[in-house]
Design a protein around this ligand. Structure first.
Ligand code: ADP
Ligand code: ZN
Length: 734
């Protein structure tokens, strides 16, 4: 009796197919194996998802070949991928690509091993002369190695590869499998474990308990204010996991933006430097491939990385840390649209390991899970050494405007505060969250913003038809010419960008050294690091930037943080706008006063009474949570209801809209306790020539909504050129 392999084809995102397993492969073929299978007249690559005793498929053909005896996708990760496909409503093959990236699949074909050429010893004078005369190409290789100062990839030598091999015979170079970096341990000063304060010690005890007995532990939410020493708790937790012979995984939001954090991990474990893998987006394909195999073969004990590192093929996991768990960059915006934090929680359950989610401003979702007992909440409410939290003051821009008549970038109060810092040689950070472009209408006189009566999110201004609309429920109305609240004609789109701020700063403080840091100014590789180093060395007095500078940075000489316009993020057509503003204000404020001198934060706003601003001002997370969760509950927003956002796009607006309407109708037929909204133009109504429509679903269970959408889509024949994207637990509502 032969058995069957159910496989996913690499090349297509369609349903899995069944193939018969030939007798000679039966004992070797497992779920996770990579195989070649016949498809019509070709032979294609595929991954085995399951081995079955029978198949009801007709015309089943044989598996053609097994690629590798070592199953490339481990059972736990295979389970994780299949869960993602179900939960995030995407084809299984698409989910599997997260777990087994295309670079790894490509390389397995050629079995190409990366070889490195290293200088074994420098040639002496006589050898050098001889090479020069008899083998100039070999001398070229030597020179190349001397210039680079480190091993060079054999493939990179191109036409000089043969010369390198001859040099190996002479004993002048070594050709080896690994790039042995120069004195890797020497790059970081080793750091010692710090003596913990009582709050940290209590948190660490819980973390260690979870590592020792993961089955009896819940995911841990570590809520510690900025500067409370969360990282030290992670570090000592990692040490505990390693000591127990286990491995550990640390997720950080964006690795290129968190060099300081990565360094702290690397330096603490400098003794096992070569067994730490850092996965970041700047790795070349070859490096990515090597790191993956190093982890897969058990060569790494600790993996540090951004979002996709959650799929690192570590075995024997003891601890997963998700730092800054509230960060939106953990959510992937292309299929599979997963949230690395939530995947981490599921992976921890599958792997039976401890998990710690840490933040000074936990997401409402995670805090809700803690409140309802799904997670265990640990609080660290005070800063290390009882340093005070920075003093936050609110500047009312409405008053400023009435005086000057024109919207001002820098208020008199902020200018005076910067002036004082310049006088005593302290540094300033000016922050502007510039993302609000297709934004709300804001009255410059009274601060009024139009809100949707059904959803209580800001209505988005659409210039093409002069209307303001809610894209969650579809409500729309004429854009007012004057403020509905105070009749002032000064109602206009909120927002200006960091460039304008930089310009204003240079004008007011011509002698100050100013730098700007945002996606535009930092496009050059390494520019970010360089600017931070200059800021650290106090070669910059005032740093202007976007959220890039809001996170995790530690500059003791920064005593003033100015938030130029707190409202920009606040009036987005997004029910998380208040939460994001609270988080950003708290995180940015946390950059001030990390040294001996107390910090000051000035928040400029048109809506000084807004709860997000007031609670951030008083460092009052609990108060914010009370307020925000009442609002979310009342309007049925997450975390009280789950949220799925469908985006239907197409070149023809009518066709796309019609598809969205058909889909909405079909979904309503099966909806039950799920609310299906009206299709409405997305805030970004046109992108790259395509019209975009949103359709929002809310209900008590994400997975049920996801399955419902999957089956509705399977029954629907989409018009050509119309695409539907499904985003479960969507964060991006544009
Ligand atoms: P968080 O991540 O909570 O914002 P950090 O881990 O960055 O806080 O800690 C803030 C500062 O306090 C860091 O410079 C860190 O080295 C220091 N620190 C942390 N724990 C201790 C401790 N137990 N004793 C002394 N200093 C500490
Ligand atoms: Zn609405």
């Amino acid at each position: 009796m032969s058995r069957f392999a159910r496989v996913l084809l690499d090349q297509s995102a369609r349903k899995p197919l069944d193939y018969r397993i030939p007798a000679e492969l039966d004992s070797r073929l497992k779920p996770g194996s990579r195989v070649r299978v016949p498809l019509r007249t070709r032979v294609v690559l595929a991954t085995v998802v399951a081995v079955l005793d029978e198949s009801d498929a007709r015309g089943v053909r044989d598996v053609a070949a097994l690629l590798n005896d070592d199953a490339l996708v481990r059972p736990a990760l295979m389970r994780l991928a299949l869960w993602m496909a179900d939960y995030y409503c995407c084809p299984e093959e698409i989910a599997l690509r997260a777990v087994l990236p295309v670079v790894i699949r490509k390389a397995e074909l050629t079995h190409k091993q990366q070889l490195f050429v290293a200088l074994a010893r420098p040639p002496d004078e006589q050898e050098r002369r001889e090479l020069e005369r008899r083998a100039p190409r070999q001398l070229d290789v030597i020179r190349r190695l001397e210039r680079s100062g480190e091993p060079v990839e054999l493939a990179e030598l191109g036409g000089l590869r043969a010369a390198a091999k001859s040099l190996e015979k002479r004993g002048l170079v070594r050709i080896e499998l690994e790039r042995i970096a120069r004195d890797p341990e020497g790059e970081y000063l080793p750091s010692q474990d710090l003596a913990l304060n009582p709050e940290q010690a209590a948190a660490l005890r819980v973390v260690c308990g979870a590592i020792d007995d993961p089955a009896g532990a819940k995911p841990i939410l570590l809520h510690g204010v900025t500067g409370s020493g969360k990282t030290e708790v992670y570090l000592q937790g990692l040490r505990h996991a390693l000591a127990a012979g286990k491995t550990a995984l640390v997720l950080v939001p964006e690795i290129s933006l968190t060099p300081q954090a990565v360094e702290r991990f690397k330096s603490r474990f400098s003794g096992i430097q070569s067994r730490i893998a850092v996965l970041h987006s700047h790795l070349s394909e070859g490096e990515r491939h090597d790191e993956w195999h190093k982890i897969h073969s058990g060569g790494a004990r600790i993996v540090i990385g951004a979002r996709s590192a959650i799929f690192a093929p570590l075995e024997n996991l003891g601890l997963i840390v998700v730092d800054e768990e509230h960060e939106n960059s953990y959510k992937q915006e292309d299929a599979p649209r997963y949230h690395a934090r939530d995947v981490a929680v599921y992976r921890a359950a599958i792997e039976n390991c401890a998990i710690v989610l840490g933040s000074a401003t936990p997401s409402l979702e995670s805090y809700h899970n803690a409140k309802t007992g799904k997670y265990r909440l640990l609080e660290m409410p005070s800063r290390i050494d009882d340093r005070t939290m920075p003093l936050i003051r609110v500047v009312d821009l409405r008053l400023q405007n009435r005086r000057k008549g024109q919207p001002q970038v820098l208020s008199a109060m902020l200018c005076a505060a910067i002036e004082r810092r310049l006088a005593v040689g302290q540094q300033t950070i000016l922050f502007l969250n510039r993302r609000g472009y297709s934004s709300a209408l804001l009255c410059l006189a009274c601060g009024h913003v139009a809100h949707c009566p059904n959803c209580s999110v800001a209505l988005t201004y659409h210039r093409d038809d002069e209307r303001i609309r809610c894209h969650l429920c579809g409500h729309s109305e004429r854009a007012p010419k004057a403020c509905p609240a105070c009749r002032d004609p000064g109602i206009r789109q909120a927002g200006y960008g960091t460039q304008k701020v930089e310009e204003a700063v240079r004008k007011v403080f011509p002698a100050a050294r100013v730098a700007r840091m945002d996606a535009d100014s930092m496009a050059r590789k390494g520019g970010y690091r360089e600017t931070l180093d200059r800021f650290q060395a106090h070669k910059i007095d005032i740093l202007v930037g976007t959220q890039m500078i809001a996170k995790g940075l530690h500059f003791p000489n920064v005593t003033l943080v100015g938030i130029v316009n707190a409202d920009i993020g606040l009036h987005m057509a997004d029910f998380r706008a208040g939460e994001r503003t609270f988080q950003l204000l708290t995180q940015v404020a946390g950059r001030a006063g990390r040294g001996e001198t107390e910090g000051e934060v000035l928040v400029q706003t048109f809506t000084p009474a807004h709860p997000s601003i007031q609670h951030a001002r008083h460092h009052d997370f609990a108060g914010f949570w009370e307020h925000e969760s009442a609002f979310r509950r009342a309007f049925g927003h997450p975390p009280f209801q789950r949220f799925v956002l469908l985006t239907v796009r197409g070149v023809q607006a009518e066709t796309a809209l019609f598809t969205a309407q058909t889909l909405a109708r079909r979904l309503r037929e099966a909806a039950g306790d799920i609310t299906v909204g009206e299709p409405a133009p997305a805030p970004l109504a046109r992108v790259k020539g395509e019209h975009r429509f949103h359709l929002a679903l809310r209900g008590p269970s994400a997975v049920r909504m996801s399955r419902m959408v999957k089956s509705a889509l399977a029954k629907l024949t989409l018009p050509r050129e119309v695409r539907v994207a499904v985003d479960v637990d969507a964060l991006q509502l544009l």
